[in-house]
Design a protein around this ligand. Sequence first.
Ligand code: GAR
Length: 210
Amino acid sequence: SFPVVVLISGSGSNLQALIDQSLQGKLNINIAAVISNKAQAYGLERATIAGIATHALDHKLFESREAFDAELQKLIDQYQPKLVVLAGFMRILSETFAKHYEGRMLNIHPSLLPKYKGLNTHQRAIDANDKEHGVSVHFVSPELDAGAVILQASTQIEKNDNADSLATKVHTLEHIIYPLAVKWFSEERLTLSDGAAFLDNTKLPESGVL
Ligand code: GAR
């Protein structure tokens, strides 16, 4: 079926959500490989348990971002994925790399973009006294966290929330919306068109359920 490569740097709970939905038959993709820039990432164990090929590619062994990205691209392309999924992959991407996968690489970012690009998004939302916070799935473009937004989910920020409690709330939302966006893409309903995300309503299921 639909070959996908997932890139991670850490725990891989979003990867796990994709694995689980695939096993449950809700998502018709084949996760061909999981690649981490950190050898210790727990997500690599999750992949191994699921019988998925894994690679650790340490960015520190390369002399430049471009050199690392070129090697990463080579590795990814061996699997000929139709989609590359960034799931907690904590690397800034070179322009060449981002352009190579334009329209076929998704990212999930823990904020209501365009708010809080970059790091420490939960604390920044609290510090700004925001009433709500959330998560965005977007197409990756060369500019950091600036690609076309596909889907967002939000949650209230309550008085006693801290960065950890907000991260937990956001993770729950991530595990719902990321598999949904990947599902749309795998059904060839979701495209990047003139810099905007486009969901083809002529391909909606008859039930009307997304
Ligand atoms: C997720 O919260 C994701 O939104 C965030 O990293 C976490 C990974 O969790 N991504 C970024 O901050 C990207 N800049 P996971 O490893 O459990 O899926």
